[in-house]
Design a protein around this ligand. Sequence first.
Ligand SMILES: O=P(O)(O)O[C@H]1O[C@H](CO)[C@@H](O)[C@H]1O
Ligand SMILES: [Mn+2]
Ligand SMILES: [Mn+2]
Length: 389
Amino acid sequence: MTNRVVLFIMDSVGIGELPDAKDFGDVGANTLGNIIEQEGGIELPNLLSLGLGNIGIKGLEPIVTPLGAFGKSDEVSNGKDTTTGHWELSGLHLTQPFNTFPEGFPIHIIEKYEEMIGRKILGNKPASGTAILDELGEEHMKTGHPIVYTSADSVFQIAAHEEVIPLEQLYDFCKKARELMMGDVAVARIIARPFVGKPGEFVRTPNRKDYSLDPFGETVLDTVKNSGLDVIAVGKINDIFNGKGITEYAKTKNNIEGIEKTIEYLNKGNKGIIFTNLVDFDSEYGHRRDAAGYRKALEEMDKKIPEILNALKPNDIIIFTADHGNDPTFKGTDHTREYIPILIYGQNIKAGANIGVRKSFADIAATIADLLNVTWTGKGESFKNLIIK
Ligand SMILES: O=P(O)(O)O[C@H]1O[C@H](CO)[C@@H](O)[C@H]1O
Ligand SMILES: [Mn+2]
Ligand SMILES: [Mn+2]
């Protein structure tokens, strides 16, 4: 019997190129493996004791008696962004990729948008979110025009200085963009990217906010919620699902707070799913191509793992996994098409069970439904019988 499943997403912690990585320009990408290689090692004793090294990751050795079940998964969906990854983890296969705007947004869209918000915008091109502040932040401060940019992902990002455009107004600008970017020009997410500081020293604040689309079908979150159980979202999960299938949520400022909130929820009397996302790996280190920072953030998380495991009750199960890669040693600043690791632990889990290479992230959705004993008719194949004692 399983009462609760913690689905713990280490955002962007991929473990090597997928067979179709060449279609995404990502041959050779290996987020974790290349960090280890470039950094000359990594200290992840707790993940290793669960079986991380048994998955077969470049630079990591297997151990004889892993405490958890382990494996990895391929991605079916045609995309490598956060939304696509999380939706597949929850049981949806995206066949038609989200619109991207490598040349910036069409001019008629921008004109319409400027009319909606009553001012001009700056930018309108793909950019790194920190580089574009260096480029346009000062002009933004002088003119009050928000900076609109995109990336290789399906995102319409709006950057504004918190003292130039107050947060509530920036969020309102995002809601207007959300209304506009639907239908033929639907973008997966509108993202508020507020920042503070002086030219040359701008820093982004944790007041980022994502405005997603509704998932296009029933996810395991809906199924579990509809059967009367809790679906608790920690970090940006609530945003990624636009609140759909979620009964309660806590937003977080950073990875450590994400871990602490997860532990707080574990200490309460809920039943169902606790779904946590730790985004710093991706936003602070992957996109910034900062391998040393990424390594340090992984090591900090690993140190906290005993506290998480100690908070598990006898009928709880935790699944550590990811949503895509973001190799900080790779060219560019974008996500990378990679396998995701899967590590599962709990008192009812068969230590050392190998779940192999799953065909879809949705196997996790099917397994969660199976573990919680709710009927699942969506994508994925349950591996419950491989992992339960
Ligand atoms: O460079 P920054 O602004 O961090 O942007 C990154 O954040 C976006 C949303 O996760 C991604 O699409 C990527 O472009
Ligand atoms: Mn992500
Ligand atoms: Mn990202």
